[in-house]
Design a protein. Structure first.
Length: 19
């Protein structure tokens, strides 16, 4: 459960923080 969250979080965080 938490692992899935970190999975999509890392993707959004990378696109959101990188932007």
């Amino acid at each position: 459960m938490a692992r899935n969250i970190l999975d999509w979080i890392q993707g959004i965080y990378r696109q959101g923080a990188r932007k």
